[in-house]
Design a binder for this molecule. Structure first.
Ligand SMILES: [Zn+2]
Ligand SMILES: [Zn+2]
Ligand SMILES: [Zn+2]
Length: 149
């Protein structure tokens, strides 16, 4: 479950920017999400970026992994579905809701649209958009219809 590829994706998906880390988060002795102090070997390593050693506690990792997994399920549905290009189908709507719920349970900040930068309101039609950024994959969202601006 905690393979390094998964942890790499998890870090790119959800880890806060290293610039916001406290000294103990940088050295890996406190969870990057809940800031709880980690006992030796308790923290799960999230990989780089060097020179930092971000770690997280198990409950935070599990909640964030669930959020990441629901994002990927939703994304992969959109890639394969024949109906979604013409506007999200019912299945995509359910996957979107499952993802937004998992995100909220993980305590993640509200998602925003990469086109208009507006926060995504409950019930808004959005789709996941996954792209390669300078530091690796970027997991983002975009409104399905024209943005309000
Ligand atoms: Zn934690
Ligand atoms: Zn669909
Ligand atoms: Zn938008």
């Amino acid at each position: 479950m905690h393979e390094s590829a998964t942890m790499e994706a998890l870090r790119l998906y959800a880890a806060p920017a290293p610039i916001t880390f406290t000294a103990s988060q940088r050295s890996g002795t406190a969870c990057v999400w809940c800031e709880r102090e980690l006992q030796e070997r308790e923290g799960i390593p999230l990989g780089g970026p060097p020179p930092w050693h971000p770690h997280a506690c198990v409950p935070c990792c599990e909640r964030r992994i669930r959020a990441l997994q629901t994002y990927l399920d939703w994304y992969h549905h959109g890639v394969r579905c024949r109906r979604c290009p013409r506007g999200s189908c019912g299945k995509a709507g359910a996957l979107q809701q499952a993802h937004l719920d998992a995100q909220q349970q993980a305590g993640a900040p509200p998602p925003w649209c990469v086109e208009c930068w507006d926060v995504i309101l409950p019930g808004a039609a959005v789709r996941p958009i996954l792209w390669q950024g300078l530091r690796g994959l970027v997991f983002s969202y975009v409104h399905v219809c024209a943005c309000s601006r």
